[in-house]
Write a protein that binds this ligand. Structure first.
Ligand SMILES: Cc1ncc(COP(=O)(O)O)c(C=O)c1O
Length: 457
């Protein structure tokens, strides 16, 4: 029997939006058509995507942070070809192949103080694992999380999601409790009740790119430990070199009890997640032979996922991508900060390494202010969406609004970008800001389109 993938793709080039609308989530093509993001991409390499007309797009989104090494990295691709060609005995379920152990060893070498790894298939599954392990190890049922937190959308992860929009209608969730990001007093008040298993926190929040104050993680860890609770750092997005350190919590001298990773561990090819933890936590959960499968998943430690993870780590180290994220991130932030000096509509530039948040505020010019207010009245976050649309339509740069109802754009490009991309982005963004702060030009056309769309839906 023949299965002809190239033929299938050639026969259905451009059919994706129709098929998606018919058989998957129809809101996806609807939204993409509305904002003019409905391209047909043909190929991708490094930090760029190419559409069917040969147009080149700079990717400052990296598949929500998946493509740390850039897209279609030749070393990772070759490793996966090799793994396929070796025809290994995957998922026998009753053996111990070397690849999971080797990848665990490499990951733990990046996280001194942690001793064990559980592999799974996604970020939310790594978080689910962390929540279960924390509850079991402490014998307590409640987890504290931060306002605006995002840890995934399965039911356990949703219970520690700091956004009402995601939670609404999915009750009852687990009995978890939100505190303001960085609020030690609020954490202590919860801990005093004696039923808290853990605090789960993103060292850099994906939503809005907010960070707790310096020293918070260290202080929180000692408070948590004093009360017999654990610190879980969710590094699914900010980990793997993105912040300029391998793990973002490593900007402080702290050892969390549990760390979750996913996204970039995939090498941009094979979905995979991992939970790293202290040895005693694993010893409690897997305390005897009959508890071997008490937490498990069919696809854990698959050959392709482990290969992708090992190759992604090798590339990260060999190409110095963590250091590059620190260096290039600094250059990008410096450029953006000088734009913030020039344009008051750019109210804040924040983040670490190549995880950058750009927050907009009310501009001072009368004309621009009137339009800002009109957009805000229609929907909070529309101004930022308009900037995203202008960056894409005018400059072919892919970015995203950093969460619903927020005037914040998030930049999470591949970690291998350099001076060229810094220049490309700052120049393009400068032009868009110039336009926005004058209150005229093309981006207001998009603004009007989006207002109409928002009013209609
Ligand atoms: C910090 C964080 N945790 C968990 C998740 C969930 O990961 P996944 O989408 O792979 O389930 C995400 C996804 O964006 C994330 O940013």
């Amino acid at each position: 029997m023949d299965f002809d993938l190239p033929g299938l793709l050639a026969a259905h080039r451009g059919d994706g939006y129709d098929l998606y609308g018919r058989y998957l989530n129809p809101q996806q093509p609807r939204v993409l058509h509305a904002i003019g993001f409905d391209k047909v991409y043909q190929r991708a390499e490094g930090a760029y995507l190419y559409d069917s007309d040969g147009g080149q797009y700079a990717d400052f989104l990296a598949g929500f942070g998946v493509f740390a090494a850039g897209r279609n990295h030749p070393v990772i691709r070759q490793a996966l070809h090799d793994a396929l060609d070796a025809q290994l005995a995957d998922w026998t379920q009753f053996d111990c192949g070397p690849l999971p152990g080797l990848l665990a060893e490499k990951l733990l070498a990046k996280a001194p103080g942690l001793e064990r790894v559980f592999f799974c298939n996604s970020g939310t599954e790594a978080v689910e694992s962390a929540l279960k392990f924390a509850r079991y190890a402490t014998g307590r049922g409640r987890v504290v999380y931060c306002d605006h937190a995002f840890h995934g959308l399965t039911t356990g992860s949703l219970s520690v999601n700091g956004s009402a929009d995601f939670r609404r209608g999915f009750d009852p969730l687990l009995p978890d409790t939100a505190i303001p990001l960085g609020d030690l007093d609020a954490l202590e008040a919860e801990l005093r009740r004696g039923d808290v298993a853990a605090l789960i926190i993103e060292p850099i929040q994906g939503k809005g790119v907010h960070m707790p104050p310096d020293g918070f993680l260290t202080a929180a860890a000692s408070l948590l430990h004093k009360h017999g609770a654990l610190l879980i750092c969710d590094e699914v997005q900010c980990g793997f070199g993105r912040s300029g350190k391998f793990f973002a919590y490593q900007h402080e001298q702290v050892v969390p009890d549990i760390v979750t990773v996913a996204k970039a561990l995939s090498g941009g090819y094979v979905p995979v997640g991992a939970m790293l933890a202290k040895g005693w936590i694993f010893d409690k959960v897997y305390s005897s032979m009959d508890r071997l499968m008490v937490h498990s998943t069919t696809f854990k430690g698959g050959v392709l996922a482990m290969t992708a993870g090992l190759a992604a780590l090798a590339v990260l180290d060999e190409e110095g991508l963590t250091e590059n994220a620190a260096r290039t991130g600094e250059a990008l932030r410096t450029g953006l900060e000088s734009l913030a000096q020039r344009y008051d509509v750019l109210a804040d530039v924040r983040g670490r390494g190549l995880m950058i948040g750009l927050e907009f505020g009310r501009p001072s010019s009368l004309r621009a202010r009137a339009r800002w207010s009109a957009l805000r009245t229609a929907r909070e976050g529309l101004f930022a969406q308009m900037i995203v649309v202008a960056l894409f339509q005018r400059h072919r740069i892919l970015t995203q609004v950093s969460g619903d109802h927020m005037e914040v754009i998030k930049l999470i490009p591949p970690l291998m970008i350099g001076e060229e991309e810094v220049k490309l982005f700052t120049e393009a963004f400068g032009e868009v800001l110039e336009d926005a702060s004058k209150g005229g030009g093309l981006i207001w056309e998009f603004g009007r389109t989006l207002v109409k769309q928002a009013v209609r839906s």
